[in-house]
Design a protein around this ligand. Structure first.
Ligand SMILES: O=P(O)(O)OC[C@H]1O[C@H](OP(=O)(O)OP(=O)(O)O)[C@H](O)[C@@H]1O
Ligand code: HPA
Ligand SMILES: [Mg+2]
Length: 179
């Protein structure tokens, strides 16, 4: 374990077991429907990469980069599209894949955007849900784990772009971001 990590919240094994379970459910749900799976950069990359291998039916993949945090631990509240999809969502079953829902600002923006762009359905799967962080009402369709109101890192989640490559989810020691 790295020195800057106070505690491991979710181990690598727990994450991978959960992904198999979520993948089974999504396989049943999307069989014969060719959903557009949208990963939200950059945090969702490890989760999306592992999850799609557990969805045993045809999917199309795209990514979108939306940012509201910059290098801070608190959302600025302003959602910026850094990179849009290459694919039209019109008439498509869209599955958004996220690493975490915290304030809900990023995802409520995306869900509204895809409805506005006439998606047939929009579902949201997130590895982590931090309900105490919510600033807008948003209930994800599928949640891997519920986490406490602390800044978590690892498995895609960063602090100032670091720690995304940890295979587990951990809590950072406060002195790391308080200087
Ligand atoms: O519910 P919210 O408060 O909106 O927070 C969740 C979003 O914030 C993080 O992304 P970030 O903007 O940090 O970009 P990143 O994935 O590149 O780290 C995370 O990956 C989610 O996309
Ligand atoms: O707890 C978090 N950790 C990392 N990135 C985040 N983006 C929203 N919440 C978090
Ligand atoms: Mg981030």
């Amino acid at each position: 374990m790295r020195d800057e990590i106070k505690e491991i919240l979710i181990t690598e094994e727990e994450i991978q077991r959960k992904i198999v379970e979520i993948g089974k459910g999504l396989t049943e749900e999307y069989k014969g429907r060719f959903p557009l799976v949208v990963g939200v950069l950059k945090g969702s990359l490890p989760f999306m990469g592992d999850l799609i291998q557990r969805i045993d039916t045809h999917i199309e993949l795209d990514v979108m980069d939306v940012s509201s945090y910059g290098n801070e631990t608190v959302s600025s509240g302003e959602v910026k599209i850094v990179k849009d999809l290459n694919t039209s969502v019109e008439g498509r079953d869209v599955l958004i894949v996220e690493d975490i829902i915290d304030s809900g600002l990023t995802l409520s923006y995306l869900v509204k955007l895809f409805h506005y762009r006439k998606a047939k359905s929009v579902k949201l799967v997130t590895l982590l849900d931090k309900p105490e962080g919510r600033k807008v009402e948003l209930v994800p369709d599928i949640v891997g784990f519920t986490v406490p109101d602390e800044f978590v890192v690892g498995y895609g989640l960063d602090y100032a772009e670091r720690y995304r490559n940890l295979p587990y989810i951990g809590i950072l020691k406060p002195e790391v971001y308080n200087g």
